[in-house]
Design a protein around this ligand. Structure first.
Ligand SMILES: NC(=O)c1ccc[n+]([C@@H]2O[C@H](COP(=O)([O-])OP(=O)(O)OC[C@H]3O[C@@H](n4cnc5c(N)ncnc54)[C@H](OP(=O)(O)O)[C@@H]3O)[C@@H](O)[C@H]2O)c1
Length: 321
């Protein structure tokens, strides 16, 4: 069991507003919502092997199960799928990591079959591109493909120079305009990669058509992979392409086969993520800290996001350490 220290509140595509406004991803009423969080362990069960009271932990709470959800003072943590804080990370930084890294992990380790080194070092550079649609979002910023040695080509909005800079700081060596026409984006992918890519990941949920067309018309690979955060639309992926959808919402749903598989995969990757976050090869994402402390700060942060007043993730402190 853990007590809450910080919560991340995020934009309109995120689980909390979706749960609050639509009731989706909720299994119990009345519902307690929340996903990204940081907390201090206050008690452990007899079978716990990793955590002890006083440990700082963070991660993505399993959605829709009240006993695990973090918009409450104490909640249960499944130790196999939470991360233990390393000294190089602040509590605020840890609040920004869970959902993004786990979803990026599902796409890139689960779907694209990449492998992170176990010792927290970057793999030697490969002469192969990987295309990341949305290199500046919470999911797209996690530089797993770069750390696995791939040359990363990321798409991003053309609106601000600083946006492309975020993708580059996270390992992209080239960027292209995600708001161009499909033909323009395909031309950019072909020109920059020369067709030397087999994997394309959509971390925006806007990119399915581009993924299929890029793999069919630009890639010279024999085995091709597309990975998507979109687990709700109907896809008709050609049989020549391996398709994978991230299904983080099934984390810790151990009464279903998909939930068992997602939970097992994530539990296997957690020690590697902890090592890479401790060595700094993988870094937290951008955020801003809300003024004040307590649950009123969380309510105000949600309001600010819904009113379009926040440009980045908001981290809210709910109590003193
Ligand atoms: N299936 C799962 O397990 C799972 C898990 C987590 C998240 N998700 C979904 O993944 C998506 C991204 O989540 P996130 O947390 O990374 O969101 P985010 O931080 O808000 O990032 C959104 C991304 O989408 C891009 N984007 C926005 N509008 C676009 C458009 N019209 N065309 C192309 N790109 C556009 C943004 O690019 P710019 O910043 O350059 O504008 C940014 O890269 C959401 O839909 C979320 O619901 C799914």
């Amino acid at each position: 069991m853990a007590t809450q220290t910080g919560i991340t509140i995020d934009g309109p595509n995120k689980p909390e507003p979706l749960q609050q406004h639509s009731g989706l991803l909720i299994n119990e009423w009345p519902a307690i919502i929340g996903s990204d969080c940081a907390a201090v362990v206050i008690a452990v069960g007899p079978d716990c092997q990793k955590l002890s009271p006083g440990d700082y932990v963070y991660g993505c709470a399993p959605l829709g199960q009240n006993r695990f959800t973090p918009f409450q003072e104490t909640f249960l943590v499944e130790e196999k799928v939470f991360l233990k804080k390393s000294p190089n990370l602040s509590i605020e930084e840890t609040c920004t990591i869970g959902v993004g890294i786990l979803t990026a992990g599902l796409c890139l380790l689960g779907g694209a079959e990449l492998e992170l080194s176990e010792d927290g070092t970057k793999a030697p550079a490969k002469d192969e591109w990987i295309v990341v649609l949305g290199g500046t979002g919470s999911v797209g910023q996690f530089a797993i493909a770069h750390v696995c040695g791939y040359k990363v080509l990321a798409s991003c909005s053309p609106s601000k120079e600083s946006i492309a800079q975020v993708a580059k700081e996270n390992g992209a060596i080239a960027t292209f305009n995600s708001r161009g026409s499909v033909e323009e984006q395909l031309a950019d992918i072909k020109k920059i990669t020369g067709g030397n890519f087999a994997r394309i990941v959509d971390s925006t949920a806007y990119g399915y058509e581009i993924m299929v067309k890029a793999l069919e018309t630009c890639s010279t690979a024999t085995t091709k992979y597309l990975m998507s955060v979109d687990d709700w639309s109907e896809f008709k992926t050609p049989p020549t392409i391996k398709e994978y959808r991230a299904e983080l919402g099934h984390l810790c749903r151990l009464d279903e086969a998909l939930g068992i598989e997602v939970t097992k995969d994530i539990a296997r990757w957690i020690p590697t993520f902890e090592t890479h976050l401790a060595t700094g090869t993988i870094k937290p994402t951008q955020y801003q800290v809300a003024d004040g402390m307590g649950w009123e700060t969380v309510i105000q942060g949600i309001q600010d996001l819904e009113d379009g007043k926040a440009l980045k993730k908001i981290v809210a402190r709910v109590q003193k350490e």
